[in-house]
Design a protein around this ligand. Sequence first.
Ligand code: NAD
Length: 297
Amino acid sequence: MYKIAFIGLGNMGGPMALNLLKAGHALAVFDLSQAALKTLGDAGARIAASARAAADGADIVVSMLPASRHVEGLYLGEEGIINGLRPGTLIIDCSTISAQSAIAVAQAAKAAGVDMIDAPVSGGTGGAQAGSLTFMVGGPAEALERARPVLLGMGRNIFHAGGPGAGQTAKICNNMLLGVLMAGTAEALALGVANGLDPQVLSDIMVKSSGRNWALELYNPVPGIMDNVPASRGYSGGFGVDLMLKDMGLAAESAINAKSAVPLGELARNLYALHSLNGAGALDFSSIYDWLKKKGK
Ligand code: NAD
């Protein structure tokens, strides 16, 4: 069992940290939200006054923050916590950030004698709660082997994508596809409903037909079709439109760098951007259905 510092206790990090506590690890936690800290404190974690205080004496630091700038702010520069970590500490960053940022943190860690893997996740808040996440790991194989028992406390599938940053590259490819699939699923359901179909019946048909995909199977965007998905609780508490927009922006950037063509990814990114501009940035990304559907239906 390890002494783990866990930084970032949001929709994903909160349940992931709870699962590490249940697995028997000793946790010190930090987040900017007092409510998030209280939930973990009530469950037995030590609440720290800062990220640096949480990391003090830790064997392993796990971070689950929104975007590149938060992760760089946590680890890099004079204020960054890498400075204060003991050589031999292992950093597991589960946030979805740019591969370049992940590589910058890995290089700074290496210079300080600290191991680092990028280990972004897939599986949504349901997967975080159930401890069934998929991890896409970039970094040295030995560091992944050290991390494996901790990752298995939060997820089921672990893939070694390659060297530093490779986990992030795999993740943004996956999320670009997810963004396209959700927009397409929402569009098809809205089309059916506008033409008089019951969305439950249409969902039942498509999930057993060639349009079947993750959104239809596990994350239906129409309110009331599935229990325990954001669509059935006012599109709250899932994967925010602005987070999806960030991930699709990372995909677009990496496409530009690699001279790769991503026409559907770019179109879907613009749909989420318009949806966010209309005020939906904090809602779950499946709310794209609500934007596309015929009003009053
Ligand atoms: P969230 O916004 O719910 O949580 C982020 C947490 O980080 C918040 O509690 C916030 O207070 C905290 N935070 C921000 N800056 C901080 C700082 N400097 N120090 C300490 N805490 C800080 O986001 P989330 O949905 O949990 O997503 C986290 C990451 O996981 C993102 O990179 C996202 O893209 C990725 N992700 C999310 C999902 C999902 O379904 N929500 C799925 C897979 C991956």
